[in-house]
Design a protein around this ligand. Structure first.
Ligand code: HEM
Length: 235
């Protein structure tokens, strides 16, 4: 990960346009796999000074075309790298693609034996477990292969539309996945599991929302999930 700091001096009369351009740039960049997030701050003692912080996967990233009008207001633009090296992603910590494929295959074996979930997944695509492993890998900071080869977020959402998943089914899905994490030996440290369970809870609730009558597909990018409390900060 690279942290990109950009400092701007923007006169008060252009502040609203600048903030709007930053928001527009960020929403365009969210669709690119290199973008991990951003923050825009204003200096407490001088509101004409802005600090735009962008987290990228690497120094190779798309330009800020939406901010071209403010190029002359840019005081400084530098890339920063974390001291002590790159922190591991959740994907690396989990054991990468082999660990996720193992997890999802065991999980869907159990799903197909579960009376509540079997009807939902009856006749599912034989590649479904591996596709969900690719999805999960991208969410947890691994390669952006679901976006590149599997239709990205719109495809994933599309697979849930109209399924009317119940809360009881969602809970069972989550519970079986966490059981499979134990069964396949996913790291059991509290920090990893809290982060993993957090995503599964969030994602499964969105699956319910998108499966409800009247829900529509969206073209948002695949979400990125990060450590809730990194192990290197745990006391
Ligand atoms: C974090 C939660 C979830 C994630 C990350 C997830 C992920 C995915 C993905 C990536 C696909 C598309 C796979 C492909 O590209 O072929 C998919 C399809 C599907 N999901 Fe989910 N899902 C979640 C929750 C749920 C829940 C709670 C249910 C129901 C209880 C569900 C039911 C389905 C079904 C039935 C399909 C279509 C399977 C097929 O016929 O191929 N999902 N899911």
């Amino acid at each position: 990960m690279t942290v990109h700091h950009l400092r701007y001096t923007i006169p008060a009369e252009r502040a609203a346009a600048f903030e709007a351009a930053c928001a527009e740039a960020a929403s365009a960049l969210e669709k690119t796999p290199q973008f991990l997030g951003h923050d825009l701050s204003r200096r407490v003692d001088d509101p004409t000074r802005y600090l735009l912080t962008i987290r990228w996967t690497s120094v190779e990233h798309p330009p800020f075309t939406a901010l071209a009008d403010f190029a002359g207001d840019l005081d400084e633009s530098h890339h920063w790298t974390p001291v002590g090296g790159e922190p591991p992603t959740l994907y690396d910590w989990a054991g990468g693609a082999p660990a996720l494929v193992r997890l999802l295959r065991v999980f869907y074996d159990h799903v197909l034996q579960d009376p509540l979930l079997e009807p939902v997944f009856r006749g599912m695509d034989a590649h479904h477990p591996d596709h969900v492993a690719v999805w999960l890998g991208e969410v947890l900071g691994g390669p952006a292969d679901y976006s590149a080869h599997h239709g990205g977020h719109p495809h994933m959402i599309g697979r849930h539309l109209g399924r009317a998943i119940t809360e009881e089914q969602r809970r069972r899905w989550v519970s079986l996945l966490l059981d499979a994490a134990d069964e396949t030996g996913l790291p059991a440290d509290p920090e990893f599991r809290a982060s993993f369970a957090g995503y599964v809870e969030w994602g499964s609730r969105l699956a319910v929302v998108f499966s409800a009558p009247g829900a529509e597909a969206s073209d948002e990018p695949v979400p990125h999930w990060d450590w809730v409390k990194p192990p290197w900060q745990a006391s």
